[in-house]
Design a protein around this ligand. Structure first.
Ligand SMILES: C[S@@+](CC[C@H](N)C(=O)[O-])C[C@H]1O[C@@H](n2cnc3c(N)ncnc32)[C@H](O)[C@@H]1O
Length: 244
């Protein structure tokens, strides 16, 4: 609900009940939204407090439900030993239909990684983004990113192959088993948003979307349910240098 509407409801309630100044005002849910910040919250609960179209754009990478890193090891291949991120359970299932409905309600446009895992919740779209990871290991060669835009399919190539990265002399630190490269997120932001847009990532992970927003000068908000990842995000956001 819009803040102005909440205010009107509170005033009406006070008048109707004849409440004095010292009496308790009912606890109507309302998020006092600070921007350029990560919220350590369940994104569904968070979104329920927002008005329609609050954000211009959602860019997000929800759990694909494929049980990545069940035993903690991700990315092992003939190029080296898999990195151990510790066991994680958040990828046991895809987000509920209610979460998708809320994402579409609170934002004007959406860019959703792993769209091929969520087709039951997504409309037909002419505009998918293909991220070519230049992979040779156990994982997919590309990732498919669904968008609500009406433009043509585009491809972005950025090597992200176990220990190998596009720029070996400028490697990004890995904090999360499904971390996305910041240059990929920057390319998306540059091509699919305007300077004044407000961007939301409800499944922030290690915060690559938010770091890219900061670097591209966009206002952003993120939600991440795991406190340890939130600490990493805050650290990444406060750093000048994000590379090894
Ligand atoms: C696929 S990862 C995102 C990785 C991110 N793109 C990155 O670059 O690091 C999905 C994240 O969503 C978080 N998550 C799962 N369910 C959530 C929920 N209901 N609300 C907020 N975060 C959630 C998980 O803890 C996980 O870190």
């Amino acid at each position: 609900m819009d803040c102005a509407i909440v205010d009107m409801v509170i005033v009406k309630y006070i008048k109707l009940r004849g409440l004095g100044k010292r009496q308790r005002i009912p606890n109507l849910r309302r998020t006092k939204m600070e921007e350029n910040k990560i919220y350590n919250k369940d994104c569904l609960e968070f979104m329920k407090t927002l008005s329609d179209n609050h954000f211009d754009l959602i860019i997000t990478d929800p759990p694909y439900g494929i049980g990545v890193a069940k035993k903690g090891n991700v990315g092992g291949d003939n190029l080296g030993k898999a990195k151990d991120y510790g066991e994680c359970k958040w990828d046991s299932e895809i987000p509920s239909e209610e979460i998708f409905k809320e994402m579409f309600r609170v934002s004007k446009n959406q860019i959703i990684f792993g769209g091929n895992y969520f087709v039951e919740y997504l409309k037909n779209s002419p505009c998918w983004i293909v991220w070519d990871k230049d992979n040779t290991g156990n994982f997919a060669d590309c990732e498919l990113v669904w968008t609500s835009f009406n433009t043509a399919v585009r491809k972005f190539k950025w090597r992200w192959n176990g220990m190998l990265q596009e720029k070996m002399n400028w490697k990004e630190k890995r904090f999360h088993p499904t971390q996305k490269p910041v240059p990929l997120m920057r390319w998306i932001i540059e091509n699919y948003s305007a300077k004044e847009d407000k961007i939301f990532d409800p499944f922030a992970g290690s915060g690559s979307t938010l770091v890219a927003c900061k670097q591209e000068g966009r206002n952003f908000v993120g939600c991440e349910i795991n406190k340890e990842y939130c600490d990493i995000i805050n650290k990444r956001l406060s750093q000048e240098t994000l590379f090894d």
